[in-house]
Design a protein around this ligand. Sequence first.
Ligand SMILES: Nc1ncnc2c1ncn2[C@@H]1O[C@H](COP(=O)(O)OP(=O)(O)O)[C@@H](O)[C@H]1O
Ligand SMILES: [Mg+2]
Length: 254
Amino acid sequence: MSKVLTVKDVTKHFGGIAALNECSLFFERGHVTGIIGPNGAGKTTLLNAMTGLVKPDAGSIEFDGQDITGLPMHRIAAQGLVRTFQIVRELRGLTVLESLLLCPPHQIGEKVGGALFARSLVNRQDTANATKARKILERLGLWRVADQSAAALSGGQKKLLELARVLLLDPKFILLDEPAAGVSPPLLKDIIRIVKELNGEGISFGIVEHDMHLINEVCDDVHVLAEGTALVSGSFSDVTADQRVIDAYLGMAI
Ligand SMILES: Nc1ncnc2c1ncn2[C@@H]1O[C@H](COP(=O)(O)OP(=O)(O)O)[C@@H](O)[C@H]1O
Ligand SMILES: [Mg+2]
């Protein structure tokens, strides 16, 4: 096994708060790695720092042998490291297919223009991209809703659309921020199956999630974050039995 993504002593302050505090951890190539921890532990900030949405104040991040510290999101995405969002972006006015085609690789991290431009932009997409989008939507079970309003999708379908968006970038590593939140049980099963399938095809995953069933079901290993730093790492059963982890979650259901 080899490390594909390494975070070393990363610190990120917001005002007086250290969202990340000399955080160090790594992800194995080919693994699905869980990132758990109480609210406010710094999980989302870690994802943001690794994918270029926030710049670390200190420390370094290496992906696939390259130093990516402080690079903008689209550069990091171009190297194969992508993420989905905890709160799915506003999709009003776009169909499922349009919302997908409006985020080609070079636009990742940039604001999408008004929905007015959607159709003409989609019309200008090259066929290769449109065919690829169709294949991905078919795979994720979204092709039958391709012409429906993206905003009308269920919570779980929106998560799948987020996944579709990043799959268009041919990623090597996908970070998912709370993929189970607001997702119905049948769609959650689909998401779990798809993550396993994609992982079987060689894509590594990092998953921030509160749903311990999902973490236990799909993760090879788990990092526990608390107060901006990696507290414990190991198998799901090891970390959940660790007294430091139990203390960090004190008063919360794990
Ligand atoms: N953009 C921001 N501005 C100010 N404070 C932030 C910002 N992002 C995160 N924080 C703070 O940093 C800490 C970690 O937040 P976050 O990374 O969202 O934690 P988690 O995802 O584990 O719940 C929290 O105290 C949060 O309020
Ligand atoms: Mg979060």
